[in-house]
Design a protein around this ligand. Structure first.
Ligand code: ZN
Length: 344
């Protein structure tokens, strides 16, 4: 079938790729409709690796996807041909110790699309377990459904924060993950989000998402603004979504005593944080790696209108222009958040 293949670092090919997928009894076959380009896709394209995951053979990219079911396995009762769906890209071993503990995102054997050596889904169709395929509400478009995957990261962060109704949250970093974390925090009960970045167009877009106060940390002091808004008390939750060392170094400064810092952004290399800064506030620190059990909740929030991801989809390309789409996404202008590719 035709696919977008990463042949080697910085070398993409759109063309034929032999891939045979048998339909198991608990699987569905899906025609792919929309695929979002993720930071990790770009990272593999430009660097050929993320941490221990190294691209050693040609690999199909893409893991944020929605589509239509075209075939169902004999034991599948939850889905039928014609259902509009989105897919969770990581398949754990259901019998692993991590899975049995409910931590299936941490299963060392998880097979995750477009993470070497597993192929992604920038191709016309895929076979996927029905248990990791979710029917999308009628009001939700394929473009929105392909945003469920990044939104799931924000949902996982909101879950880890254990938000209480009326909490004030800081979200550091207004990239795609910062934006969806802000949406998840608001839907999860936060009264207000303070969103930081150094790129003004991203902050302007973020400010349009709801009760969001943008703070350009190139020009303004986050700590002063949080202090002024909370009578010197601090924010209940700080979500670090930038992965940048200076942001992480200051993560506890705007936090209230007893508050929670959730580390979502992934730094490119090991960095440290201020332990004493955390101790003097007895801060709870949580970490996020992907997500578990949140796709249905993300879809429910989209379906009810509580979360609207449409403003985040800023650029759309056709499958035939996939290579141009990747070039564009690798140098994304500050006015853009998420680029997607649509298939016929
Ligand atoms: Zn992603």
């Amino acid at each position: 079938m035709e696919a977008l293949i990463l042949e080697e670092t910085k070398k993409l090919r759109l063309g034929e790729f032999a891939i045979e997928e048998a339909l198991g009894p608990r699987d569905v076959r899906i025609t792919i409709k929309t695929v979002g380009i993720c930071g990790s896709d770009i990272h593999y394209y430009e660097m050929g690796r993320i941490g221990p995951f190294v691209v050693e053979a040609p690999m199909i990219l893409g893991h944020e996807a929605s589509g239509v079911v075209t075939e169902v396995g004999g034991e599948v009762s939850t889905l039928k041909v014609g259902d509009r769906v989105c897919m969770e890209p990581g398949i754990p071993d259901p019998n692993s110790r991590a899975s049995r503990l409910g931590l299936y995102n941490l299963d060392p054997k998880v097979r995750f699309w477009a993470t070497p050596p597993v192929h992604g889904i920038l191709r016309p169709s895929v076979v996927h377990p029905a248990d990791f395929t979710f029917k999308i509400p009628e009001s939700v478009t394929f473009a929105e459904a392909a945003m469920v995957e990044p939104l799931a990261v924000g949902m996982q962060a909101a879950k880890k924060a254990r938000i209480e109704p009326g909490d004030l949250a800081v979200v550091m970093g207004a990239g795609p993950i910062g934006m969806v974390t802000a949406l998840a925090a608001l839907a999860g009960g936060c009264s207000h989000v303070i969103l930081t970045d150094t790129q003004q167009p991203k902050l302007d877009l973020g400010a349009s998402l709801g009760p969001v106060t943008p703070v350009n940390v190139a020009k303004e002091s986050l700590v002063e603004i949080v202090s002024a808004m909370t009578g010197g008390w601090g924010a209940d939750v700080v979500f670090e979504c930038s992965g940048s060392a200076p942001a992480l170094a200051g993560v506890f400064a705007p936090l209230r005593p007893g508050g929670c810092a959730v580390l979502v952004g992934m730094p490119g290399s090991p960095i440290t944080y201020d332990v004493v800064g955390a101790q003097i506030k007895e801060a709870r620190v949580e970490h996020v790696f992907r997500y578990a059990h949140v796709f249905p909740r993300a879809l429910a929030l989209m379906g009810s209108g509580s979360i609207d991801v449409k403003p985040l989809v800023t650029d759309t390309f056709e499958f035939a222009d996939s290579i141009a789409a990747f070039e564009y996404a690798a140098h994304l202008p500050p006015t853009s958040v998420k680029a997607q590719i649509t298939l016929p």
